[in-house]
Ligand binder design. Structure first.
Ligand code: THU
Length: 133
């Protein structure tokens, strides 16, 4: 699957974001090893600290459906005037199920704006080899 297609999945998913407090929708789409795309959105809560990011929503959905290996991640933030990168917590959680070479792309509009890798987002990940399978 093309990364632009994966990004479109993230953009579409963002429409389902539950973000009444921040008004900041985020959609994430994971391309899994078997070719399946699993999406996630940010789900906020009136107890603000309980909010879960779109990226971690996607990871939990993928693992719940038996998919533990990811090939690419796309994130769309339609309410920002710029592409928004994964937060630190999400970098750590996504890295559990991906190689440092995994492509990660971001954007806020209808096209990808930034292309990077998990290794660039989480460098010197010395504990990566401890990740389970
Ligand atoms: N958020 C994500 O879902 N992913 C990110 O990478 C950055 C932040 C969410 C959390 C919260 O619902 C809103 O965006 C504003 O921080």
């Amino acid at each position: 699957m093309e990364l632009e297609d994966l990004y479109r999945n993230a953009r579409e998913a963002a429409k389902h974001s539950y973000s009444p407090y921040s008004r900041f929708r985020v959609g994430a789409a994971l391309l899994c090893e078997d070719g399946t795309v699993v999406t996630g959105v940010n789900v906020e809560n009136r107890s603000f600290g309980l909010t879960i990011c779109a990226e971690r929503s996607a990871v939990t959905a993928a693992v719940t459906s038996g998919r533990r290996k990811f090939r690419a991640l796309a994130v769309c933030t339609p309410d920002a005037g710029y592409p928004v990168s994964l937060c630190g917590a999400c970098r750590q959680v996504v890295s559990e199920f991906s190689d440092p070479s995994m492509p990660v792309v971001f954007g806020h509009g209808d096209r990808i704006e930034i292309r990077t890798t998990m290794g660039e987002l989480l460098p010197l990940d010395s504990l990566h080899d401890l990740a389970g399978s």
